[in-house]
Design a protein around this ligand. Sequence first.
Ligand code: FEO
Length: 402
Amino acid sequence: MQRVSLADDIYWVGAIDWDIRDFHGYSTPRGSTYNSYLIVDDKVCVVDGVRAGFGPEMLRRIRGCCDNRAVDYFVVNHVEMDHTGSLPWLIEQLAPGKIVTSKRGQEALVQHFGPEECERWDILAVGTGDEISLGRYTLSFLEAPMLHWPDSMFTYIKEPHVLLPNDAFGQHLAGSRRFADQMDMNLVMEEAVTYFANILMPFAGQIAKMIQKVIDMGLEIDILGPSHGVVWRRREDIDAIIEAYAAWARFEARPCVCLLYDTMWQSTEKMAKAIADGVAQEDVEVVVLRLGRTPLAQVARHIQESRAFLVGSPTLNNGMLPTVGALLTYIKGLRPKSRLTGAFGSAGWGGGGVKEIDATLRSMNLEVLEPLEYRYVPSEEQLLACEDYGRRVAARVKEWVR
Ligand code: FEO
């Protein structure tokens, strides 16, 4: 099999999932990879595993890099099943001397695979600052709780300055290229921000602290190998993705308004388009996305990137449309901050949809505009009022940018 080398005797030995299109609700049109790494030194070490079913691919890559040498350590940076689904099978095949994980990782392994199975494994729990010498190379561990699970941990290979931070800095992106500098960087960054928005947005505070901690520790990073997507190895790319993470964690955004809506008889749609026109009249970028036709993962990306997002729905059975309810449930869990938002829509008689959206947005500690609601089909005058609403939103966005 193709050998992919990150540094002298350090290899990528993961698996490529060309087919996956839904990652627990996160749509992944470009597939993904489960990245594992192999260090062949006096001792042999594997860092992270792969999803169930991908073990044989990983095993073949390992064998292709170190023949049948015994594996001394298998590091589990994170116990989520996309990295451990194949772990019992891989342990059977490789018989590693020790399984190395964080203290919370040890608990999570037991909770995933059961005490009897874990009893058979020699688990070594490590914490921040603990080290393991492999010979030429030394592994150093850094706990990263809630990035994005309590067990999450980074592994740093000190001498070649290789940081393996598991899910952080990843992208759901399958392909034959393993390094960011071999790819179209716009595509890589689009997948990186989509990943951040959907997986890491709720933990933005912890990310900002972790980046500061890594800076304070003076950790030199020449290669940054996440557990999904491509590896960062060019100086400017490593700096760019770390700076991007710091900016996303601060909820910095483009001066852009994102309009998210669904519609029953096109009245709410007419309102969305009139508001969008008003925003554009102020020379502010606007993105219009119809719910139910746009994957929520893409909606989350736009919210991450845009200063404002407005949510529109007609009324169905005294409430919002189910597609709009699904959006708000998803977004509420992601806990965006520093966003201007508001509700709009058309209702037949009693209303309720806009009120429900407005109440949900207000429960999210965001800056919420007064809602805009009309009855049945909006008149020309009302559409002009929608345009005016859009101009006012755009003015607030421009003000915020200054
Ligand atoms: Fe890639 Fe949290 O697993």
